[in-house]
Ligand binder design. Sequence first.
Ligand code: IVH
Length: 727
Amino acid sequence: MTRAESIPVAELGEVQAKAELARLAQEIALHDAHYHQRDAPVISDSEYDALRQRNTAIEARFPHLQRADSPSLRVGGAVLDGFEKSTHARPMLSLNNAFSDGDVADFCISIRKFLGLDPDEPLHFSAEPKIDGVSATLRYEDGIFVSGATRGDGFTGENISENLRTLHDIPLALKGGDLPRVIDVRGEVYISHNEFAELNQRQEAQGKPVFMNPRNAAAGSLRQLDPAITAQRPLRFFAYAWGEISVLPADTQMGVINKFKDWGLPTNPAIQRCKDLDEMLAAYKQFEQERATLGYDIDGVVYKIDRLDLQERLGFRTNSPRWAIAHKFPAELAQTVLEAIEIQVGRTGALTPVAKLRPVTVGGVVVSNATLHNEDEIKRKDARIGDTVLVRRAGDVIPQIVEVVLDKRTADSVPFVFPVICPVCGSHAVREEDGKTGKQDVVRRCTGGLVCPAQAVERLRHFVSRDAFDIEGLGEQNVQLLFDANLIKNPADIFRLNRKIEDVKKAFLKKREDDALEREERTGKKRKKILDESKRTFKEIENLISSIEARREIDLERFIYALGIRHVGQNNARLLAKNYHSFANFHAGMKGAYTRDSESSQDLLAIDGVGAALVEALIEFFSEPQNDKVITALLDEVTVRDFVAPAAASPVAGMTIVFTGAMEKMSRDEAKARAQSLGAKVAGSVSAKTDIVIAGADAGSKLKKARDLGIKILGEDEWLAVIDQRD
Ligand code: IVH
């Protein structure tokens, strides 16, 4: 019998074709591994090309026989217009950072406390290099790669499936008999040092821009709309975590990672298991020493609790797991000259000094700005214009000035004088005093509030920004233009623009005319016919108005975020939305809190993740009549949608729960976190709004009050039974 591999494609029967495609997939994958992973090809390029061509030709004749792991799926298919959004089944969180051995020790202590473990009970961790790349999630269904996405904001990323498919490190089909039906594999896409250098050489030879560092190159390569470009970039992948998973294949972190490896996923061989703090810190030292020779960038070590049952009990904060921490390597340093100190006025009126530096390379990136934080910081460092300074850059963090190199200071230097008037509007800039402690706020703020253009425009820009109201066509320039024309002074005005279209047109045309005039003066080029300009402008305004109309309904968390309250970023906005469900409820709670209604403040403080600074900021914001006016005006224009919990229904979702007395099976913190992760709100005091009171040993007045109010009361075991129904 003739072997299938020697039969010309045109003569293959279907059964033979199928066998051939299976053989080719396996063989090409093997050669890819020799070539890409071991850098040691065993066949010539033309032999390799012949294998691929044969595969493509068979698939062209029998399209229905194409395999899920076909090598032709890796070359990059159609060019996309843009990436679709992809919501993660489980959020992709980031990690808390530890910067010292002490921070790691604290981490171990807090975990033991949370879990109620005795000091001599064993507690193992994995220690893994923290790869400095770009995180990605890969979804496999029945072992087949079906899609992949970037992290995005942690909840929603971009669907970059076609690009991820081109990575040779990413198996298109997992192998093994014990595959979960569904698994989201999480890991890091990165570029090795050698391949980065080669990539930049190629870029340079082709007259294309070179990349700043491997991480930027990896990020840029993953976000190509043409997957064929991604396919040419030397991207690698390490799998280190998971999101949704239908069945866990092991009961430890290391166990799952070993399974990943069996299934054909690349895992980092350097991962270690540590039995205590000493071993963790030893692993850190070792990785730090090996850093230069590992062949790829790492910026620290990640420790994770090894036992998955303990991971589950520890659960998550808003933004990071309690069971893991990143121990960062110290940042890189460089010397340069502080050429100027610029004072910027932020959206909240804060005057922030920014150091303008003579450009210098720190850790592979050119730095020309650094933060000086605030007035006190400048004083403490005695940073003066003209000084030589030591600059530090750590990962994504804004570069910082570590210290002044005093030996290099010139005799004529003078201390920097921080301005006491706002450089934008001329209002007084003051430092608030804390009512209780009498301490001065570190930040000097412009008192101009809504009259200060820096604040108003910044507030409006924030309000319409992508993660807030997301109004297309209302970019920075148009906000400024409409603000200058007196058409939008506060957020509600945006929704009144539809009633002032003629004025909007006038403002836009005037701006176009001014720009054209300015251009004519500068370049000598004649102005375009005003008629053409006005047509284009009117179309633009029409589009703008319709994108504003499209945003008259908005999700609660976006609305809260849009208000631009201090300390309320996306995470806190989401946290508040989740706990208050509707704007009316939230607003009432905030009003209660600032009138010092203790129950409202307690409710707010009881939310896991809400601290004193956030409470202060909310109180400050909602007690300001100006802000209340803005909100009332806004609510006349827009409808705020109630928060919809994405998680599956739990028996206590949406309920208000109060814990009282001592728990025996878990610490109070753990009990609270558990309830919140099930969608319940944990309150500090019992009221008519309480749904359940969980009474531990020696419960006192709260239990009595609950009885008086006829509220459902559960003992600790009954409570555990209720929450376990879910599993
Ligand atoms: S675990 C829920 N392990 O670091 C835990 N992350 O600062 C998810 N990273 O977004 C992360 N190496 O991009 C984990 N061995 C490792 C990692 C790692 C690099 C990145 C990842 C994550 C970021 C957090």
